[in-house]
Design a protein around this ligand. Structure first.
Ligand code: GLN
Length: 501
């Protein structure tokens, strides 16, 4: 039989319905692939094979009766930021220790109610703070991609690095992810996968460990645009338990996916041509423009003048909200407790032992910008910048339907190459944070390879709740450039060798 893990989500769905294989076989194939790969890639921080096989068994029952739900029997990975009922959830922080939630995130619940199978919890940067998955308490994730002729370990992007690596290495058919400043789109771009951050309010944040509540959104990382569309259709819902959830009907995003981009107006913002951007990123951008033009879209130069303030404003707003959200981890309610002589010392000991370096840094910055005397100078000013960024886009929507930019300023980098330089790391999000600041949907779609043979992504930004247009535009790019799959499954050879010795 062919390798079932190489199928896309939509191929697997169709195969199950035609009874070419069973959900149990499909799940077993993924469980086996994870066993072989996880030592080398570290994409999963917890695997739940018994749980997965039980779900798959139930799905086989439904499939046999012709009673299949939209994602019946399809094995997925779940980012460890999503609370899972009775299953350890850590946000990849020591401070949550062995925390087992008594509830399921709404997005997770939507997926399992649609018939999906959960293979386990995926690695991420601690509390989703990072761009390389190097801040995880479980250690970094290794990208399945390598540069041509090199065995240097590359990062899979972050913070959803476990999700992107697992999808790229065929360790799940698709995965959940979250994006506060780029954490779905940047890892997707660095691994040749598709990732969409929907409009703020499209997916419920209930039961997702909070980083910066006004920016956080859930979305999928998948192998193809179609797969991402299928995933988002099930993930999105109105949820009264999230006060920022928006009650707009969820369309079937798979419908209309291939209807093309004829007459669509594509905006190219001049401010995204940033200083020091590599020529191959610029070439990729030009390629995207050419593809969409050939497909019948019209191209328009636009200006988003406040773009240059987005990153500094993000690094005020996000830490401010994080410092408030993370105040709850005090050694009393969740996970880790390091006792002290009194309650204050218990808080201090627990937080000192539980939080990693990057998280501590963000809490300090956030507390500082919210403190009396600095609030107006930093936090309030950043909020005003945010309004201006949103206004830039509001004005652009009079002229264009979709904005096209690169997703990242550079291809995947090696471990340690940026972790010593916070500015270099924060620049990873230069093209993605504006989208979170304005609450808009953004998708990253693979469009080419770097000179070193690693994937590069293009970003499409859309109007609020116009994810459907992003999907069909991304589909036009995918149709023209093809998919970018990992050329060598070196991690399997490594596992085989280890097994022999
Ligand atoms: N890399 C950005 C940060 O570290 C964005 C992270 C995210 O989107 N969760 O804050």
């Amino acid at each position: 039989m062919t390798d079932l893990t190489a199928l896309t989500l939509s191929e697997a769905r169709d195969g199950l319905r035609k009874k070419a294989f069973t959900a149990t076989e499909l799940t077993e194939a993924h469980v086996g692939a994870i066993e072989q790969a996880n030592g080398a890639l570290n994409a999963y921080v917890l695997t739940t094979p018994e749980h997965a096989l039980a779900q798959a068994g139930a799905s086989d029952g439904r499939l046999a009766k012709g009673d299949a739900r939209p994602l019946e029997g399809l094995p997925l990975g779940n980012k460890d930021l999503f609370c899972t009922n009775g299953i350890r959830t850590t946000a990849c922080s020591k401070i949550l220790d062995d925390f087992k939630p008594a509830y399921e995130s709404t997005v997770g619940g939507n997926l399992w109610n649609a018939g999906a199978v959960m293979l386990g919890k995926l690695n991420n940067d601690e509390f989703a703070m990072g761009s390389s998955n190097e801040t995880s308490a479980f250690g970094p994730v290794v990208s399945p991609w390598r540069r041509n002729g090199s065995d240097t370990k590359l990062v899979p992007g972050g913070s959803s690095g476990g999700s992107s690596a697992a999808v790229a290495a065929n360790l799940c058919l698709a995965a959940t992810a979250t994006d506060t400043g780029g954490s779905i789109r940047q890892p997707a771009a660095l691994t040749g996968t598709v990732g969409i951050k929907p409009t703020y309010g499209r997916c419920s944040r209930w039961g997702i460990v909070a980083f910066a509540s006004s920016l956080d959104q859930a979305g999928p990382i998948a192998k193809t645009v179609r797969d991402a569309a299928i995933m988002l259709t099930s993930m999105a819902s109105y949820d009264a338990k999230d006060s920022t959830s928006v009650n707009v009907p969820v369309p079937d995003y798979e419908t209309g996916l291939t209807s093309g981009v004829k007459g669509l107006r594509i905006g190219v913002p001049k401010e995204y041509r940033v200083e020091g951007m590599s020529s191959e990123i610029d070439a990729l951008w030009q390629k995207g423009i050419a593809i969409l033009k050939d497909a019948g879209a019209t191209i328009h130069d636009i200006s988003l003048p406040h773009t240059k303030y987005a990153l500094p404003a993000y690094y005020i707003v996000a830490p401010a909200e994080a410092s408030s959200n993370l105040a709850r981890y005090d050694g009393v309610r969740y996970g880790l407790r390091v006792p002290g002589r009194d309650v204050i010392e218990t808080y201090e000991n627990t937080r000192a032992a539980g939080f990693g370096h990057e998280v501590r840094k963000r809490i300090l910055v956030g507390t500082y910008v919210l403190s009396a005397g600095y609030y107006d100078a930093y936090y309030l000013k950043a909020q005003k910048v945010r309004t201006l960024i949103k206004r830039d886009f509001d004005e652009a929507w009079d002229k264009v339907d979709v904005v096209l930019t690169p997703t990242t300023p550079s291809p995947a980098f090696g471990f340690g190459e940026k972790s010593g330089d916070p500015i270099a790391m924060y620049l990873e999000d230069i093209f993605t944070v504006t989208v979170n600041m304005a609450g808009l949907p953004g998708i990253s779609v693979p469009a080419g390879l770097s000179s070193q043979g690693t994937p590069l992504g293009l970003q499409l930004i859309g109007k609020p709740f116009d994810e459907a247009t992003l999907f069909r535009t991304a589909q036009a790019i995918e149709t023209a450039s093809g998919r970018f799959t990992v050329p060598q499954t070196w991690w399997r050879d490594a596992a085989a060798k280890k097994g022999k010795s």
